[in-house]
Structure formats: C-alpha cells, structure tokens
Design a protein around this ligand. Structure first.
Ligand SMILES: Cc1cc2nc3c(=O)[nH]c(=O)nc-3n(C[C@H](O)[C@H](O)[C@H](O)COP(=O)(O)OP(=O)(O)OC[C@H]3O[C@@H](n4cnc5c(N)ncnc54)[C@H](O)[C@@H]3O)c2cc1C
Length: 481
C-alpha cells in the first residue's frame, strides 16, 4: 500500500528523513504538498516567500519527475481532511513528514497526527530541519537556554550529527496518480509584477543551494569572519532562504564544511564563525519552541509597557527607504528589490525603527515577514527581539546604533549605498553617509537637492537617541516602583 510523503518546509530529496523512511519498503510513495495559508495565520507566507515557494515547488516537482515520480499539489482550508481524503483515494496506509517548529504548525500537526491515527493510518514524523531537536539541549536545571554561548557549547559537545542521507535515484510510483492542482492554482505569484528584482537575484531550488554553498566554501569561507559585516561585499553564504524552505539541511552544511576543512587542512572548523551562525539559527528555533508567544510578545515582559510611538508616516518612510539616512534606506531598498538584506544592515535598520523612531519591533518584524524571501518565524523573532533589547541574549536597549558611523564603518567607500540609492551615486565617500553635512556646491555638483531628490533625515539621531533613553529610564522607574 502507498505511503503519502507530506512535503512542507523540507523541499528537497537528499537528506530527507521522511522520504528515506517512506522508501524503506517496496511500496509506492505519493509526494504531496498542501497549501493551506489559513492554517498558518497570522504567519502565512508573505509575498516574497510565496514567490520563493512557487519556484521551489516547481524545482522539487522537476526533481521528482526525473526520478519517475510526481508532486501532488492541493489547496485547501483543512490539511488533515485533505490528507485523509488523498489517503482514502489512493489506499495509502502511511503518512510521513518532517517536523516544523512554529507554534501554529506544532498544534496543527499534533491534531492531524492524532486524527489520522484515529483513522488507523500509520503516521511518523522526523527531524529534517535542525542539527538538534529543541528539547534535546537543556541547561543544568533542565530548562531552556536563554544565552547563546552555553547553548552552542552544549551543541558542539555532542557527537557530530549523522551524515546526510543521499537523494534516491528513483521513487516507486503508484499505479494511478491522484488528482493534482496546477502550480498556478495555488496563487503564489504576485498579481502585479513587483518581483522582477527578486527574480534576477535568486534561483530557488536544491541544486542552486548546493552550488552556492560550494562557491561560498571555496571562495568566501576564509574571509567570512571579517567580510560578514560588510554589506558592500558578497561575503556571506546566502543560505538563509534555502535553509528556511529546507532546500538544503543544516546537516548537509555541517558535513560539507567538515569535508571542505579536511580537504583543505583547515583546523577549528567546528568553532568557525560560519558554523556559529548556523548555531544562531538553531538557537532561534530552541527559543521559539520554548517561548512560543515571542513572535508577538517580548521575552522580557516589562518591554510590553515601553512607550512605543504610533507614527504611520515614519513607518512608511522606513519601509520605503526614505528616512534620509543612507545606510538605512539602502538596506530597506535592498530588501524591497531583492527580498533579502545583509545581516549587519538588518541590525542597523531594526535599531533605527525601534530606537530612533520608537516604533514597535512587531511592526518591523511584520514588514520583514512580507518582504524577505528568507522570512523565518524563529530567526525573524530572534533578530527583532535582539535588536529591540527585549529578547534572549539581546543587545541592551541603551546600545543605540548611530546610522552614520555604522555606515562609515561597514560601508566605508559607500558602494553599498550607491548601489541601492542611485540618487546619491555621484556623492563622494566623505559625505555619502551624511549628505546633509556636505557643502551645498558639492551636493549641487552631484545633482542632489536634499528634501527633493533625496529626503532630509526624518529625525535627528542625537535627539532621537536621547528620547529613546528617556523612555527606557521611564520604563525602568515604572518596573522598579
Ligand atoms: C532584525 C533581523 C531579522 C532577521 N530575520 C531573519 C529571517 O526572517 N530569516 C533568517 O533566516 N534570518 C533572519 N535574520 C538573521 C540573518 O540576518 C540572516 O540569517 C542572514 O543575513 C542570512 O544571510 P546569509 O544566509 O548570507 O547568512 P550567513 O552569514 O552566510 O549565515 C549562514 C546561515 O546562518 C544562519 N544565521 C546567520 N545569522 C543568523 C542570525 N542572526 N539569526 C539566526 N540565524 C542566523 C542563517 O540560516 C544563515 O543562512 C534576521 C536578523 C535580524 C537582525
């Protein structure tokens, strides 16, 4: 009898434990993907992620077809009922999948598992997304970690994760395939063509993930510790959307890094900066699993009473890259144009939103959710709570990034700003991060009219910093009294 292989955020054939389990016997395997955005609310995939998902499903279907199989697509409001429906149409007696860790997915999957088992179907789920399950790593007292370093130290003290499983060369097909929706019927692509920049920046799919990883290991790994902070360089791996959609697994990355280090006699790869960043992804999932309320609530409860401002015009200026601070605007335009933003700049724009503008971090998290191709509930929540000073192991609130000096330090020549803000492209590096300080004749020569061709700063950073610190002291006084 056939096995249903329920694909979710594990859109790959190699190192896919649910697929490997399904292939243990001779029985046919029916791969299915079920699109049920209503069940993911309020975190259904945003516009950029939906674009990624569309192209990823097409790539996965192609990989399956090359192995004599198919990808059955369905769109519905109730995944459990749809799985049961497909199982009864195909006489499948087993349903297998790889686990997800978002709170809504955990609740939904537990409900589906118990319902399917009640219908006498055999269900199994596996870890295909993390190096360690979030519940495997605990403090001495048995609770979750809230500080990264000891968390990662414990992960590294364990044996290497199992080597990745190879992709199968073929999948046994059923005698008849059940009905499938077309990919277009899932309506994942935007109705108006705003994704052209994303299209030219990315190729979703497992093959591309592996090609990019190999390119990174060969050409960028050595320089990564310094280059990872430089948005003007192509110094990071760009693995994030592929990891989010499971087109490459962290175990594959771990073992690729290990093999690369062995071939090139690189010592200390386990402690390398690159693997540590994969560790932050693990930590993000650990936190989301143990603190499922954190996508909306600060981990440090008093921050819920912070005197946030409601300023729709400032929020819109931030979203559109029109704040008048070039490094902030370049980041927000990179995000809009390419569906991705460099990590250093994510930290700068987040600090600017929550501290200079005092707009709630949840507004920023929501905008990132809609515009990032790598939008990931665990990593996005960690990133925003870290930036707002209200999360685990967070940057203290009083450390407020100065957008001018951050730009001067990490984009010294201004190349990143010039790439995304063409209005400023003729400005020399001396003034590019603070054009309002440039001599008027120089601005005129560069074709810039501040307030007309490029905005004046929407806030004065010095004054905004004081305002944010005053709000922090007021919060402390409230909490202490
Ligand atoms: C405000 C904010 C929001 C963020 N939102 C997301 C998000 O929605 N999705 C997402 O994947 N990352 C998010 N990050 C983390 C980080 O910015 C991205 O993972 C990174 O920029 C992706 O680029 P890369 O793949 O080239 O990273 P690399 O530097 O090559 O790192 C390799 C991998 O390590 C992981 N990683 C690196 N840094 C972090 C981190 N700080 N937290 C968690 N994992 C990390 C990612 O999976 C990444 O692909 C956010 C960071 C901030 C400050």
């Amino acid at each position: 009898m056939p096995t249903l292989l329920w694909f979710r955020q594990d859109l790959r054939l190699a190192d896919n434990p649910a697929l490997a389990f399904a292939l243990k016997g001779p029985d046919p395997v029916i791969p299915v993907y079920i699109h049920a955005p209503g069940e993911e609310s309020p975190w259904a995939a945003g516009g950029a992620s939906s674009w990624w998902l569309h192209h990823s499903l097409r790539a996965l279907r192609e990989d399956l077809r090359q192995r004599g199989s198919e990808l059955i697509l369905r769109s519905c409001a109730d995944t459990g009922a749809e799985l049961l429906n497909i199982a009864s149409q195909t006489q499948a007696d087993r349903i297998v999948w790889n686990r997800r860790y978002e709170p809504a997915a955990i609740t939904r999957d537990a409900r589906i598992k118990s319902m399917l088992r009640g219908e006498k179907l055999h269900c199994e789920s596996f870890n295909g997304a993390l190096l360690r399950e979030p519940w495997e790593i605990n403090t001495k007292s048995g609770g979750p970690y809230q500080v990264f370093t000891p968390f990662w130290r414990q992960c590294l003290s364990l044996a290497d994760p199992a080597p990745p499983l190879p992709a199968p060369t073929s999948l046994p097909a059923p005698q008849r395939w059940p009905r499938s929706s077309s990919l277009e019927e899932l309506n994942l692509l935007p109705r108006i063509a705003w994704a052209t920049g994303i299209e030219s920046a990315w190729t979703p799919g497992s093959h591309q993930a592996h090609a990019l990883l190999q390119h990174f290991l060969r050409h960028a790994l050595g320089g990564y510790p310094a280059a990872r902070d430089r948005p003007d360089l192509d110094g990071t791996s760009r693995m994030s959307p592929y990891l989010h959609f499971g087109q490459i697994s962290p175990r594959e990355i771990w073992h690729a890094l290990r093999a690369h280090a062995a071939d090139n006699r690189i010592a200390g790869w386990r402690e390398s900066r690159f693997l540590t960043e994969i560790g932050w992804r693990e930590f993000a999932h650990h936190l989301l699993y143990h603190f499922p309320e954190t996508p909306l609530q600060p981990l440090r409860a008093p921050f819920a009473r912070f005197a946030w401002r409601n300023d729709a015009a400032a929020l819109r200026a931030w979203q559109r890259g029109q704040t008048g601070y070039p490094i902030v605007d370049a980041g927000m335009r990179q995000l809009w144009k390419t569906g991705w933003m460099h990590n250093r700049v994510r930290m700068i724009v987040a600090s600017f939103l929550v501290k200079d503008l005092m707009i709630p971090w949840q507004e920023g998290a929501r905008w990132f959710w809609d515009t990032l191709v790598d939008a990931d509930l665990a990593s996005n929540t960690l990133g925003w709570q870290w930036s707002a000073g209200c999360g685990a192991d967070a940057a203290p609130f009083f450390r407020i990034f100065n957008p001018v000096s951050q730009g001067q330090k990490f984009d010294a020549a201004g190349d990143y700003v010039r790439k995304f803000i063409p209005e400023l492209s003729a400005l020399s590096s001396d003034w590019i991060h603070a054009p309002w300080n440039a001599p008027p004749q120089l601005l005129q020569g560069a074709g810039i009219e501040l307030g007309v061709s490029y905005p004046l700063p929407i806030v004065d950073h010095g004054a905004a910093r004081k305002r944010a610190l005053a709000a922090l002291s007021a919060l402390k006084n409230q909490t202490d009294s």
